[in-house]
Design a binder for this molecule. Sequence first.
Ligand SMILES: O=C(O)C(=O)C[C@H](O)[C@H](O)CO
Length: 339
Amino acid sequence: MSARVVCFGELLLRLSAPGRERLLQSPALEVRIGGAEANVGVSLARFGHRAAMVSTVADNALGEAAAGELRRHGMDTSGVRIAPGRMGLYFLAPGAIHRPAEVLYDRAGSAFALAAAEAYDWPALLDGADWLHLSGITPALGTNTAAAALAAARAARATGARVSFDGNFRPKLWEAWQGDARGILSELMAEADLLFADHRDMGVVLGGDYPQSEPLARVQAGAADAFAAFPRLRWMACTLRSPRNVDHHALSGVLVGRDGGTALAPREEVGPIVDRIGGGDAFAAGVLHGLIHGWQPERTIGFGLAAGCLKHSIPGDFNLATVADVEALVGEGRYDVRR
Ligand SMILES: O=C(O)C(=O)C[C@H](O)[C@H](O)CO
């Protein structure tokens, strides 16, 4: 079964230090294309869905390369606008062992951030869409993108498409313009059918405090608050991440339904990590894939977690795993050489 999924967000160039170096430790930076919503779209395209990107890129070679990279991985970019301005950048030092990864954004005033909400013709862009996927990064970029994200979500409701929203709270971006994260994120979450968020996101948005010591109980308490606050919401999902160190994490996944039913994917040891950026987006694409297929919650969350784990083995922001790769990890003989 293939669905049409429209993803709306900024395309970024990621400039990372080679290997495990610190930024500019040597005079080289590796360039990749990323962006949380595009990462979800590429993964869904690899899973066989009709994934379409809606964005605005700069009218220069960098913008063309970013859109081209999505096409290379099977996304429809006919909804990507080209406008004067610059591409957003982020610099990454991936860290190692006890030195955490560092992200430095350089995206203020990008062509995407400057695009007015009215630049997007949502009824046309969402024509035939089964799902719209958004994240909390887009509204964190300023008033234009916050208005555009809300217009997209409301248009999706009007056309009958479901809305998937990943909280992706990025404090540095909200602080840069003193945006009202709580008010804006809660307006967006109110439109969502599916929310990727944990108790920390719910703390930011609803002000809740989750003193439970057990991680699953905290997530369930956050989910209960989300379902009470947002009547449209049907599912909430998140990963539970326990870092052993920067290069090795234990990951599990949780999917909570409005009826309170909780499906838990058992913990996986993930390490040594090759590249964790985009792991949450790969998980989101995996969960969406399961929901599109109408799978039972246990199968859906198992697939989502396996997709997220596989991303940690792949350099760059995109999860290039196929359905067969993910199913091989969920199944027997997961580490056999495939020949
Ligand atoms: O951090 C951002 O805003 C990005 O979109 C870059 C990465 O692709 C993203 O964080 C991965 O989820």
